[in-house]
Design a protein around this ligand. Structure first.
Ligand SMILES: [Zn+2]
Length: 231
């Protein structure tokens, strides 16, 4: 763990945007983050994928922020990342309903190895941001992921879908808690990056399997597929 602490200190000493010594994200770079809620659609799109939205393209400095937060435990970046995630959620809020943000779960083994759950932390910041604006928003860790899913990196869209099918499930205890409230619920799946949409689609499937329709999928960033295709 000392290595993580050292890395946190090291990366805490320079801005991820411009490299200037000081904060992880200097006020100038924070100001110029290219953030706006926009609809995204993976190409090809998984059948039946709920409407998806992202705050940014998956490009630096947002890309670096996501990776440093996730892999290097640069927790200072959870604030700006969560506020970014709040943008697409805000665009789709239903005023008459309570919005439940469901972070896409990491595998338990990955959470243990990283020592934190990056998506849960970012989603909590997004919810706090929206509640600050008066919205009725809560976070529920409704989904769990089994530990057997192979790493998604390097897989094609079809391989990802096969790898993920049936690998997420809703937690019955959380579900009962939500049902007890008796308030109409809008369920939004939250993830850091949307690429093929297969992870979000699996989260959606697991929620729909217990009778929770998914209104939207909201992400911090979306990859531009054409950059991933071989030349
Ligand atoms: Zn900067």
């Amino acid at each position: 763990m000392w290595l993580d602490d050292w890395l946190d200190l090291a990366f805490g000493s320079a801005c991820v945007g411009c490299g200037r010594a000081g904060r992880l994200l200097c006020p100038d770079c924070r100001e110029t983050l290219p953030l706006a809620a926009r609809p995204v659609r993976p190409e090809p799109c998984p059948d039946g994928l709920a409407p998806a939205f992202a705050a940014a393209d998956y490009a630096d400095p947002v890309r670096r922020m996501i990776l440093l937060h996730k892999e290097r435990r640069a927790f200072g970046l959870a604030g700006p990342l969560g506020q970014a995630l709040a943008l697409p959620v805000l665009a789709g809020l239903t005023p008459s309903a309570r919005t439940v943000l469901v972070p896409v779960p990491s595998r338990p083994g990955v959470v243990r190895a990283r020592g934190h759950d990056p998506m849960l932390r970012i989603t909590r910041v997004a919810a706090r941001t929206l509640r600050g604006g008066g919205a009725d928003v809560l976070v529920s860790t409704l989904l769990r992921q089994r530990d057997v899913v192979a790493d998604q990196a390097g897989l094609t869209a079809t391989e990802r879908a096969a790898n993920l099918a049936g690998r997420m499930a809703a937690r019955a205890s959380r579900l009962r808690g939500l049902a007890r409230s008796g308030v109409p619920l809008t369920v939004v799946v939250c993830d850091d990056v949307i690429t093929t949409g297969s992870t979000a689609r699996e989260a959606q499937r697991a929620l729909e399997a217990v009778g929770l329709p998914v209104a939207a999928i909201c992400c911090v960033a979306a990859t531009r597929r054409r950059h991933l295709l071989p030349k």
